[in-house]
Design a binder for this molecule. Structure first.
Ligand code: ME8
Length: 652
């Protein structure tokens, strides 16, 4: 047990893109940071818990244009959904930063200028391979088989004036930070970063975009044709939110450096390399820890806004309560690995741990105090067999949990707490209160057994209140504990509740769920959720200067009906799906950039139109023997499906 009165503790989530509504993935990081922040507050720390939204950039600009609103109007609306969700999930953040806040904008401009004045940012020319549809520059080493690594399409040589951030002066220090300190958690990821990015030579980072292409960003004050690259803008939030380079807040000296930045693996590189380099260039202290967790996946793919496979936390929360959702995602995710989301695992976990484990322990104990003692225990109690072991396990728990919180291993912290819950349920079986109750002379022993159970519940519920902050106060009410009883210090003590405690029977804290019925309903709900998001229609533009072709030219294209017999994502390219087709004469494989629009299981069994005589090409390691036809409108793509014709039929 470590008490830390008044020591500072600063923890941050990533600032999320409000390019779509938040999902369970965002909930994980935010609930995890909230739980750590709550635990630290219990330990006596003076905590700053920061979250927020990363509101600039091309993606947001495009989304807003699709909706016909300004980028600011667009983000304002989604930020409200984020805030509503955090309220609903009982997230107790201390500060919420929006990168469109004036103080942040001016502070980023000062940071950019400072890096320029120090000679770490210079003006140069960006030359590289450019993917026009993705609006992204790539280096030769980033290309996959010479094509855009994101969409698999051709890239063109392009150049533009840009500002660059010199990374190489910091390579040695960053390598040491990653390999010789415990900055990165889990450290096993350090090698991957060092081998992929540092050993080949840290390349200078392009840190501006010309404002011709992209206006929704923070202008470079001394060269207004440029806006600051979103990641320089976004990473700076961790210090601007404390008041660095601005007068809105005055907490920088107190809270910086951060104790923990928590992020998922997709943005580890930015936090493990670029952010330390920026701080080194500014001569500022480095954060103490970067905790990197894996992804919540669904059907083997990352749950993400662009893949459209998101689980709506409001829907789940409505059904099971925010605390059950918080518990499930934190219990499932082991730091460093992915966690596959499944309705079945979630419901079983809620049933086993929360309804049968904790819920049952609380309701049985309270019910027995009511039944055998009218709700108030007597003063005279007698200890006996099994007490010592229960008391020892319950009072040792806080030290174990402290250790896991220090390592940001929340799943392990929860597992340890639930071991004590199981121990207490076993204690009921061992002491058999219903047998004791049969004989009046056993009443002192019976009272002691029930008191020990109430005390164990007090300890576990105090520790759990950091993770499930809505439900634990209800437990306290039921076991007759007041706020002075449920302190962190008291979790190491036994005998805190008065011997003559009075309990209050109340609602069932975690009702048991009917697994089969619920899974059916959830599947229906998740299906209908997806349908509820129609893509906005964009008026097609009439093409100009299109060359006419003769019928002979058209006849060169062999179009045939083919049936999709199998379909799977391509590991190396998130936009591609690998389709196996029966073209009427045999089997062939086609890679198609439609992963964003279709799930593999939606396509199997469908018939499509195949360009059958296209020269084969290798796309991200898949030999594509043809192309399938699809229509495009704005951000929407629809494959052309064919009914009533067998595979192999010619299309003319
Ligand atoms: O990357 N599983 O924003 P973002 C687990 N704006 N966590 C997930 C997840 C999943 N499937 N999906 C998202 C950005 N997350 C930048 C960050 S920070 C200076 C700028 C969580 O909206 C996880 O924390 O794409 C991940 O790092 C973050 O959301 C990415 O959120």
């Amino acid at each position: 047990m470590q008490k830390h009165n008044g020591e500072k503790y600063y923890i941050t989530t990533p600032i999320y893109y409000p390019s779509g509504n938040p999902h369970i993935g965002h909930c994980y990081t935010t609930a995890a940071c909230d739980s750590i922040a709550r635990y630290r507050r219990m330990q006596g720390y003076d905590v700053m818990f920061l979250t927020g939204t990363d509101e600039h950039g091309l993606k947001i600009e495009q989304k807003a244009a699709e909706k016909g609103v300004t980028p600011k109007q667009y983000v304002d609306e989604i930020v409200e959904v984020f805030k509503k969700l955090w309220k609903y999930m009982n997230i107790n953040y201390d500060r919420y930063i929006r990168t469109t806040d004036d103080y942040h904008v001016t502070a980023v401009q000062k940071i950019f200028k400072d890096l320029y004045d120090r000679g770490y940012i210079y003006k140069g020319e960006y030359k590289g391979k450019y993917c026009t549809p993705c609006e992204s520059f790539w280096t030769d080493s980033q290309l996959k088989d010479g094509k855009c690594p994101d969409c698999g399409r051709d890239v063109v040589e392009a150049k533009e004036e840009a500002y660059f951030f010199k990374m190489s002066p910091f390579a040695d220090r960053i390598e040491k930070l990653l390999t010789e300190t415990d900055y990165l958690q889990p450290k096993t990821r350090a090698l991957e970063l060092v081998n992929n990015f540092i050993k080949p030579g840290l390349e200078d980072l392009c840190v501006s975009r010309t404002s011709f292409k992209w206006k929704w960003g923070i202008p470079v004050t001394f060269d207004t044709n440029h806006v600051v690259y979103v990641w320089i803008d976004a990473l700076s939030n961790y210090i601007t939110a404390l008041g660095y380079d601005n007068d809105t807040y005055n907490d920088y000296d107190k809270f910086w450096p951060a104790d923990v930045h928590m992020v998922a693996k997709d943005i580890m590189r930015f936090h493990a390399i670029i952010w330390p380099a920026m701080l080194m260039a500014l001569d500022l202290p480095l954060p103490k820890h970067l905790a990197v967790h894996g992804w919540i996946t669904f059907n083997g793919q990352k749950m993400s806004k662009s893949l459209g496979n998101i689980i709506d936390p409001f829907v789940l929360g409505e059904r099971y309560g925010a605390d059950a959702i918080r518990y499930h995602i934190m219990r499932e995710m082991a730091l460093g690995s992915d966690s596959s989301f499944s309705n079945e695992i979630m419901i079983n976990r809620i049933n086993t741990d929360l309804a049968n484990g904790l819920g049952n322990l609380v309701s049985r104990t309270v019910a027995m105090v009511e039944k055998y003692f009218g709700g108030t225990l007597p003063e005279i109690q007698q200890s006996g067999d099994f007490d010592e072991d229960l008391i020892a396990q319950a009072t040792a728990l806080v030290d174990t949990v402290d250790g896991f919180i220090d390592k940001t291993q929340l799943n392990n912290a929860l597992a340890e707490i639930f071991k004590v819950v199981s121990r207490a349920n076993k204690y009921i079986d061992e002491t058999t209160p219903w047998v004791l109750a049969k004989d009046e002379t056993n009443k002192p022993r019976l009272a002691c057994v029930l008191y020990n159970l109430l005390e164990t519940i007090r300890i576990v519920s105090t520790l759990l209140s950091a993770f499930m902050p809505t439900t634990m106060p209800i437990v306290w009410e039921q076991i007759g504990a007041n706020s002075k009883d449920v302190t962190y210090e008291n979790t190491a003590k036994f005998g805190v509740l008065p011997k003559t405690v009075t309990v209050h029977k109340g609602e069932i804290i975690f009702p048991r769920i009917d697994v089969d019925k619920e899974i059916d309903e959830l599947n229906k709900l998740i299906g209908s959720q997806k349908k509820e998001e129609p893509k906005p229609e964009v008026k097609p533009e009439k093409p100009e200067n299109v060359a006419l072709i003769g019928i002979d030219d058209f006849a060169k294209v062999e179009l045939r009906v083919a049936e999709i017999t199998a379909c799977e994502p391509v590991k190396k390219a998130k936009k591609l799906l690998k389709l196996t087709l029966n073209d009427g004469f045999g089997e062939r494989t086609v890679a198609s950039g439609i992963a964003k629009y279709y799930k593999p299981e939606e396509l199997v069994g469908k018939k499509i139109i195949l360009v059958a005589n296209l020269k084969p090409a290798v796309l991200c390691g898949v030999e594509s023997q043809g192309m399938i036809l699809a229509g495009e409108n704005g951000d929407d793509v629809k494959v052309i499906f064919v009914d009533g014709l067998p595979a192999g039929s010619e299309i003319r």
